[in-house]
Write a protein that binds this ligand. Sequence first.
Ligand code: AMP
Ligand code: MG
Length: 312
Amino acid sequence: MLTRSPDEAAAHIRAGRLAAFPTETVYGLGADAFQPDAVEAVFAAKGRPADNPLIVHLADAGRVDQVVATLPASADRLLDAFAPGPITCIVPRHPDLPSVVTAGLDTVGVRIPGHATAQAFLRACATPVAAPSANRSGRPSPTTWQAVQEDLDGRIACILQGDPTEAGVESTVVDCTADPPAVLRPGAVPVEALRAVLGTVEFPEEEASDDAPRSPGTKHRHYAPAARVHVVQESSEAESGEGTAYIGLDPPPAGDFAVVRRPADVEAYAHEVFAFFRECDRAGCADIYAQRVPPEGLGRALNDRLERAAAR
Ligand code: AMP
Ligand code: MG
């Protein structure tokens, strides 16, 4: 069911049902973190592997005690600097938090979204809300309520409708139990901004190997359209053709492409890329050429999403 009322969506959460809601990054699929059956239903609705933990969403920092055992100093400083906003801190979990939320880990990811509708929704829920992105597992993240509907219609109780999301890439996930703190997933808060607050922050440019992922979610294929994604450095590497699409800051090479998108800058690119992937699927494209961007600021998160969408 579609609604524009945060209170109505929150009533579903309190009743143990699932509701999708907008945030400043992507749409989330929420369940009451303290109702294990509801949290299990999130995994089922998404087709999400059971070993991939969920981030717990709170309306404000005053409520972290409900889900967190102790708050490391680095997490305190990050929340101070970037919350409410697109930052997720991995911290020791409260023993009362159902283990299904954290996939059995003794840590929990905590986030306080800044988006006004998300805030109103979380306040009305009056309970911590466990929420991954509101897409079927592996698919591009949903940046519009229509994308949520495309993936999860009939599988969830409610979609709280909002505008298309602002950032388009997910929150930055930082392991605050590590010393120095480590970026597990690059995201909307650039690593440069983290370093300005914390000093040293580890940023594994490449995950060491698939055998020992730091963040369980990073080992799974992600963000991928049905089309094959080819990440290219130069736009000239893109091969035109029927059923072929191109997205990049530089103009595409001569020739016909079924779908072409040229975002004005890296921010616009990050904002548009998941919706573009979904558009390519609707157009029946077989191949997508996506041009890499300079690896700085938001560009690192964008390149990460492109590489993961290209992984087979
Ligand atoms: P999403 O599924 O889109 O919400 O992304 C959440 C990301 O945060 C995934 O990569 C998860 O594996 C990661 N994550 C959530 N909780 C934890 C945790 N306790 N420890 C490490 N990574 C986590
Ligand atoms: Mg996701």
